[in-house]
Design a protein around this ligand. Structure first.
Ligand code: PLP
Length: 678
């Protein structure tokens, strides 16, 4: 770069570009020519910190050239006195992803919503281009929320002064807006990136087929790889890209890191283009060198581009298994979704919650809860609830550990029994919690394929070795609804013969009405290595309060207790759960609703010509002739939220929670409409 920084130094006392403009409310938003844009960039340099501005603003003359060439455009809000009240720059030179810089407002009068008008101006222009998306990395104060989705964020470090190691940081947030429906695409990558991509594509609801580039299918690489680097001196930022793959790629990346770190480039990024199959090896080399995938720029290159970052200091402190694990991203709150999808009412059919709500007795407890109790710690071991459970199941209270949802029980079990090098076994297509907790704890999950959509006892037993600590079974299985009969389960327990713990997740047992269905509680006395999980989230309608429990042999709970954090179960949840347990009527009414809903869905969905399946439990699976994320998006627009099944390893399928009649009708109507649009 060849600009002279002293010329454009930011100064709070500089009056050259005028004080805050008045009468901004009457400002006109117009596309500006190069001269006007140059003035705008200079004013922005005066008003904003450098990291909020794109690097090219430092050379306003260059911006003018870029405008003249037609690759970039600029709109400025000008007052009657010819003062600039703000502006925005964007780039949409025929690329699939356009980018806007700003809006930058030079007035404090936010009630004029000039920022929104500037953005709308930019959006209209971008909408006429072939761009599918608009991204925003640089902006002034903030973005009007309703315009954009957050793509992701990462820390940006300031340069260290001396060697103290204290470099401040700020959060860089990248925003994104779809300009039109994404047509879908295939992306090419290595298996190590699979989790990240699945999570992000689910969160962004982008239809993508993720294909792995097999080692054997890769062309014989050259001896030496070539990397390029974009440098941004002001931000101490270096971005590495792959120019040419080669056998020394891992070493080459390591050499680059060493070089950049020696010169104090604290913000190291790398970009991998998923549209180019030969970049798969690059992603692997980056991961091996402490880079982590942070966000996806949809259609940012030949295909989607994954941005990797390498946190400078943190890197050495974090275990590999944590670095390689992708955090679970839950769906957004209703108010946020409503803005995004413009529905009137929303039916939540994605989490297997009970549409009838909690049992009446629990509702009463919730209504009458004394707020002052919130000031005191709850019973640390759910004293009353455990007594009640012991009564119900003819066990001792010490055989129960109540947790913050069944999810906490899963964590407790893995903490109690597993150490580095151990493994757990479960199915490949089941509730994800077992696999996730194992992985972020550094324990290997072994996944056995389902057989006829059910857990396969032989396959599991084959996988057991001396380091197997726990087998996780989901009975009935979420999402397939299949189950093991009492006979299959007891045969399995005999064959295991105490070699490892067997966890029986009975999250949906209250929905099952089958004579041969086993009740895990009744088997605990026979099999001291059996642990039963139950939850109040599904049948009992208390998902929002987070309460579940495990039951096991007394020696087993004694062990697990050691790993439990006291007070993880709140007072309100304990009281509501206690009241909920008694209500048989609630269970019957819910089962009736589920049975009626299943009949209805079976009939209507087959009439749509789609394959569907269900079993036990309050959920229902539908196989689609197209991407589940496309279906999700379209159904959301009609106020129906279902579960995309790609993360469950069932591509192009959705899972529907069975709810009341109105919801089921809305769901079928939304699905029918989605099919028609397809
Ligand atoms: C919902 C669910 C859980 C989690 O239950 P919480 O008590 O809400 O943590 C556990 N296992 C299965 C199979 C589930 O479907």
């Amino acid at each position: 770069m060849n600009y002279n920084p002293s010329i454009f130094r930011r100064s709070s006392t500089c009056h050259l570009y005028g004080p805050v403009p008045v009468n901004a409310g009457n400002a006109q938003v117009k596309k500006s020519g190069p001269g006007e844009a140059e003035r705008f960039a200079l004013t922005a340099l005066n008003h904003f910190e450098r990291h909020k501005l794109p690097p090219f603003f430092s050379q306003p003359g260059k911006l003018a050239d870029m405008l003249a060439s037609g690759d970039y455009a600029c709109a400025v809000a000008t007052t009657e006195n010819n003062d600039q009240a703000g502006g925005i720059v964007w780039r949409c030179n025929g690329l699939k992803t356009a980018e806007c810089y700003g809006p930058y407002m030079f007035t404090r009068e936010s009630d004029h919503h000039l920022d929104g008008r500037l953005l709308e101006f930019c959006l209209k222009d971008v909408a006429r281009s072939p761009a599918l998306n608009l991204i925003n990395r640089y902006r002034g104060a903030g973005l009007p929320q309703s315009f954009f989705d957050e793509l992701g964020s990462y820390s940006e470090y300031k340069k260290t002064k001396g060697n103290s190691g204290n470099s401040g940081s700020s959060v860089q947030v990248v925003f994104f807006r779809q300009m039109r429906e994404d047509p879908g695409a295939t992306v090419w990558t290595s298996p190590q990136l699979d989790d990240f991509l699945l999570q992000e594509y689910r969160r962004l609801v982008l239809p993508r087929e993720v294909e792995f580039v097999q080692e054997k299918n890769r062309p014989e690489p050259a001896e030496h790889s070539v990397l390029t680097a974009d440098l941004n001196r002001e931000e101490n930022a270096a971005t590495i890209r792959l120019f040419w793959p080669g056998k020394d790629l891992v070493q080459n990346v390591a050499d680059h890191i060493r070089l950049f770190e020696a010169e104090n480039w604290v913000n190291l990024s790398a970009q991998v283009d998923l549209g180019l199959a030969d970049q798969a090896g690059f992603a692997e080399a980056l991961l091996k060198n402490g880079f982590m995938p942070r966000l996806i720029l949809p259609h940012g290159g030949q295909g989607d581009v994954v941005v990797f970052r390498r946190p400078p200091k943190l890197n050495d402190l974090v275990p590999e298994f944590v670095k390689s694990f992708e955090p679970y991203i839950p769906s957004r709150p209703v108010d946020v979704l409503k803005k995004q999808y413009h529905y009137q009412t929303l039916y939540h059919l994605n989490n297997n919650e009970n549409a009838l709500g909690p049992p009446l007795a629990a509702q009463k407890v919730l209504k009458e809860f004394n707020p002052f109790k919130a000031a005191f710690y709850p019973s640390g071991d759910s004293y009353h609830l455990r007594r009640k459970l012991a009564d119900c199941y003819h066990l001792h209270p010490d055989q129960f550990i109540v947790g913050n949802g069944a999810n906490e029980s899963i964590t407790l079990l893995i903490k109690s029994f597993c150490e580095m090098g151990d493994n757990i076994i479960t199915a490949d297509k089941t509730y994800g919690g077992y696999e996730w907790v194992a992985r972020f704890s550094g324990i290997t999950p072994r996944l056995t394929p389902l057989k006829k959509l059910g857990f396969d006892p032989e396959a599991i037993i084959e996988q057991i070795d001396s380091r197997t600590k726990i087998v996780f079974l989901c009975n009935p299985n979420n999402p397939t609804g299949t189950y093991w009969s009492r006979k299959v389960l007891t045969d399995f327990m005999e064959k295991i013969n105490g070699r490892c713990m067997v966890v029986l997740d009975e999250a949906y047992i209250e929905f099952v009405d089958k004579a041969d269905f086993p009740d895990g509680m009744s088997l605990i006395t026979t099999y001291p290595n059996l642990v039963v999980l139950r939850t109040f989230s599904k049948m009992y309608g208390l998902a929002g309060l987070r309460i579940g429990y495990l039951a096991a042999d007394n020696d087993v709970t004694n062990i697990i207790h050691r790993t439990a954090v006291v007070y993880s179960v709140n007072a309100l949840a304990q009281e509501a759960a206690l009241a909920a347990l008694d209500d048989r009527d609630h269970i019957m009414r819910t089962r009736e609703m589920v049975a009626a809903g299943k009949d209805f869905l079976n009939r209507e969905i087959q009439a749509l010509g789609l394959k569907c399946s269900s079993g036990e439990g309050n959920y229902f699976n539908v196989k689609l002739p197209f991407s589940d994320s496309l279906a999700y998006r379209r159904m959301m627009q009609q106020g129906v939220m279902v579960r995309m099944m790609t993360p469950f390893r069932f591509p192009n399928s959705i899972r529907i929670t069975i709810a009341k009649e109105d919801a089921m009708q809305a769901c079928v109507a939304a699905l029918a409409q989605t099919l028609k649009e397809h």
